[in-house]
Ligand binder design. Structure first.
Ligand code: NDP
Length: 252
């Protein structure tokens, strides 16, 4: 077992994810894009879920041009997706791919950076819907496909401000605390009786559009790129992490 506190150094074999079907939310940009490309480069068939079709198509083309397995595009806005949309997605996966071996809940929005006393009520609800509730609904709908796999891994995306509260992070921080609770509840229900494992992963400060929005004064190159933090994502999606369940992990 690789040391769980040094996952940034994890380097799997080139075919570590061969034969695995992995769904990535927010796959069109930032960390989700890097994860989709990296999973495909290690042999997985990836399902690219996101709300901006053009971005998903660009990732699709990049995977194909690098010789990866043909991906699947699932255009869905996690803010407005209905129970039926999630059911349809599960049916498509089950019919076209069979089992689902990995689910990376990565999509998220920052919301507003301001004191809670001034925080907009609608924004609060929207952030909770995209960052938290969609993770519950999507996991629930995809359980039948995850149960078809010999082993399956779910990653919930955490944040430092969801492990210790910090001023001005509003519902983003609250949603990330709740993600840890959602992860732990699923993990405890899976423990000992399921082929599925669930863990949370804090990417840490990473050069993306969201990081630039949160820290406009920061020099982006002071932080690693999304490509540089993929060790933890690859470890959790591969067979080497079988038995790791319910853990709050860090990518760097
Ligand atoms: P980005 O803003 O770069 O990417 C977010 C992705 O989520 C985009 O692809 C975006 O799609 C997608 N998305 C947003 N809203 C929706 C929606 N309603 N439906 C479907 N897709 C949606 O963020 P990062 O890559 O930085 O963040 C990825 C995850 O990592 C998030 O959960 C974030 O909270 C977490 N994180 C990031 C850190 C960092 O330093 N970057 C640190 C700690 C945690 P589109 O491009 O179409 O808008």
């Amino acid at each position: 077992m690789h040391n769980l506190s040094e996952l940034i150094n994890y380097k799997p074999s080139a075919d570590a994810l061969a034969g695995r079907n992995i769904l990535v939310t927010g796959a069109g940009d930032g960390i989700g894009r890097a994860a989709a490309l990296s999973f495909a480069q290690h042999g997985a068939t990836v399902i690219l879920l996101g709300r901006t079709e053009a971005k998903l198509e660009a990732v699709y083309d990049e995977i194909e041009s690098k010789g990866g397995a043909q991906p699947v595009i699932a255009t869905l806005d996690l803010d407005t997706a209905t129970h039926q949309d999630y059911q349809n997605l599960n049916a498509e996966i089950s019919q076209n791919l069979g089992a689902l071996h990995g689910l990376l809940h990565n999509a998220g929005i920052l919301g507003e950076m301001k004191p809670l006393a001034q925080y907009n009520e609608d924004t609060f609800a929207r952030v909770m819907n995209i960052n938290l509730t969609s993770n519950f609904l999507l996991t629930k709908a995809l359980l039948p496909s995850l149960e078809q796999a010999d082993d399956a891994s779910i990653i919930f995306t955490a944040s430092g401000v969801g492990r210790k509260g910090r001023a001005y992070w509003g519902s983003y921080g609250v949603s990330k605390f709740a993600i840890e609770g959602l992860m732990q509840t699923w993990a405890d229900e899976f423990e000992g009786s399921s082929n599925i494992r669930a863990n949370s992963l804090n990417p840490g400060a990473t050069q993306t559009a969201m990081r630039r929005q949160a820290y406009p004064g920061e020099t982006p190159s002071n932080n690693p790129t999304a490509e540089e933090i993929m060790g933890a994502y690859l470890f959790l999606m591969g067979a080497e992490s079988i038995g790791v369940n319910g853990q709050p992990l860090n990518a760097q």
